[in-house]
Ligand binder design. Sequence first.
Ligand SMILES: [Zn+2]
Length: 277
Amino acid sequence: MPELPEVEIVRKALELQIVDKTIKSIDVFYPKIIRTPTDVQAFKWLLEGQTVQSVARKGKYLLLHMNQVTLVSHLRMEGKYIFSEDEGTIVDKHTHIVFHFTDGTLLQYKDVRKFGTMDAVPKGAEKELQALRKLGQEPIDPNFDVEMFSSLVKSKLAPIKQILLNQEIVSGLGNIYVDETLALSKLHPLRKGHSLTDEEIQRIIVSMKKVLVKAIQQGGSTIRSYESFYGKGSMQEHFTVYGRTGQPCQTCGMQIEKIKVGGRGTHFCPACQKEDF
Ligand SMILES: [Zn+2]
């Protein structure tokens, strides 16, 4: 599942590919991807004739800002955008939506699992969308509010692993980067939010940023089904714990363990991330 770094890679690519392009027409082969407006014809009417002005991102959401409309897109498990120069491009059974631009180029939305969503709303109204309104701050935001994050974490009885996965507390981290963040912070994933000290929370904040910035620099991670559409990311080669069950810890040599926390596979080093609580 794409997390913040992978969505950021997609955002950067889309920015280069579709800014200043005007939508001529849209094919919708699988209407369920579209949540807003509920009527497919209304979705087309809203977007046709609109010119893409910028491509932004909030958490794991892509925001395509046009003259009067913003298209909010979430890739969920396996959503992908494929840009092509000409109409001869092969559209297959996983292509659910095609945006045709006036210059003859096109953008396909493909999604094997079909869990992705799109909401087209009048520009500015995206802030009112339930999903975006509830999103927590991003670790890489230069204005990250340490006090707010700290008090949220300390108010929780849940394990820190679950807290960091909660998009309402901090947005953009998924299973991979939470495991990597906790490894870098040297904190056990089962540590309860309220048990963490200010110094430990500070370590988490620094680690989240480091992990995400490095992942973006590496072009994201390429694991199993997910692959950014313009080249493979290489962050997976730099994982310290994720997907390394049974392998030696790079710091102390102890075997990396895997447990379940809140139903999610969780990787950690039992020596470097001691359960001292
Ligand atoms: Zn270790």
